[in-house]
Write a protein that binds this ligand. Structure first.
Ligand code: KG4
Ligand code: ZN
Length: 334
């Protein structure tokens, strides 16, 4: 069975085809990152217009030699995300499913992220813990079973990726800042600055990152000559602080739940320093930590097609709109 997945929730126009026997057999992604970089963040209207402009080319590129007639169902991201952007993907998905007369399945974007490593590691079994860290979300989810997700911890303010992006801005690094901080941190000392680790030792699984970001701001304001060396030290010390918080929270969450498998997903999961810190936790706590393939850490359509392939369309050819900006994982209905 072939599921065509469509992702347009933010600044990536992506389409992929998942075959239940062969896995991902076609995919294409157009990133709008460069377009938004000059504004220092995603501009919603520009995002919607660019999805409109690129989606047909992305479809043709993803299909390659695969015939549209061979597609059995369409899965698309219906939330959470930028509403205007979601509506482009939804309209396109509805058009395709009407033309081909095949079922249409709305998918939760966050569910896509948390299932993404299962494409590569089918041995992962539920229940497991998922740390979902991206530009818009930072949460710890207890994945009890397919569709049964309990959010057991989350950021009270900035998302982890957002904190990386804001600190990058303070250091005059381009948007999105995460990869730039990671690269610069390689040249710095992670103990050069003693940044706070807010809520690291709190007795719950929630996090707070705005105090850490503000501490970096005050540090930057106090330094008159912000050389490349100093910036590298700040980047490394910040990355260490944030990793310490995330590792402490995952440690606590496995102690509380007794889970033995952890998935780290979302854009920040691409961070190799963080992966190294989790490696230590794997060894000390006898757990296994899985990550999506590097190309599936950020937004992509492969994860949407994959989750779609596990779903049974409830109402065939239902053309009502499911797009919604807010759609918490614990409000999913199977
Ligand atoms: O999942 P994603 O592509 O988009 C959503 O936010 O849904 O995540 C993007 C976020 C950005 O904040 C970006 O700075 C961060 O992920 N990011 C990273 C790295 N690569 C991307 N953060 C830290 N280290 C990285 N290597
Ligand atoms: Zn995402």
């Amino acid at each position: 069975m072939k599921t065509l997945g469509i992702e347009t929730s933010c600044d990536e126009t992506a389409i992929a085809i998942y075959d239940s026997k062969d896995g991902i057999i076609g995919e294409s992604i157009h990133s709008q990152m460069e377009m938004h970089a000059e504004y220092g963040g995603v501009v919603p209207e520009l995002a919607s217009r660019d999805h409109c402009l690129k989606i047909v080319d992305v479809l043709e590129d993803a299909l390659g030699n695969i015939s549209l007639d061979s597609i059995d169902q369409i899965a698309y991201t219906s939330g959470p995300g930028l509403l205007g952007a979601l509506l482009i993907g939804e309209s396109f998905a509805q058009g395709l499913s009407t033309a081909l007369n095949i079922p249409l399945i709305p998918i939760n974007h966050l569910e896509g992220h948390l299932m993404s490593p299962m494409m590569e590691f089918p041995q992962i079994s539920m229940p497991f813990i998922c740390l979902l860290v991206s530009g818009g979300h930072s949460m710890i989810v207890d994945v009890k079973d397919k569709g049964q997700y309990e959010i057991i911890g989350q950021s009270q303010d900035d998302a982890v990726g957002e904190a990386f992006d804001k600190v990058a801005k303070l250091l005059d690094l381009p948007y999105p800042g995460g990869p730039h901080i990671e690269r610069l941190a390689l040249e710095g000392k992670s103990d050069a600055f003693d940044f706070p680790r807010p809520m690291k030792n709190s007795d719950n699984l929630n996090m707070s990152l705005s105090g850490l970001k503000t501490s970096v701001l005050y540090t930057v304001q106090k330094i008159s000559n912000l050389t490349k060396e100093v910036k590298a030290d700040i980047a490394a010390s910040f990355q260490q602080a944030i990793s310490d918080v995330l590792v402490a929270k995952i440690k606590k969450s496995i102690e509380i739940t007794g889970r033995k498998e952890v998935i780290v997903a979302g854009g920040v999961a691409a961070n190799k320093f963080l992966r190294g810190e989790f490696k230590k936790l794997e060894e000390s706590h006898n757990i296994t930590v899985y990550y999506p393939d590097m190309k599936y850490c950020g937004d992509n359509a492969a994860m949407i097609a994959f989750v779609g392939s596990m779903m049974k369309p409830s109402v065939e050819n239902d053309r009502s709109s499911s797009a919604r900006a807010r759609w918490p994982l614990d409000e999913l209905k199977e």
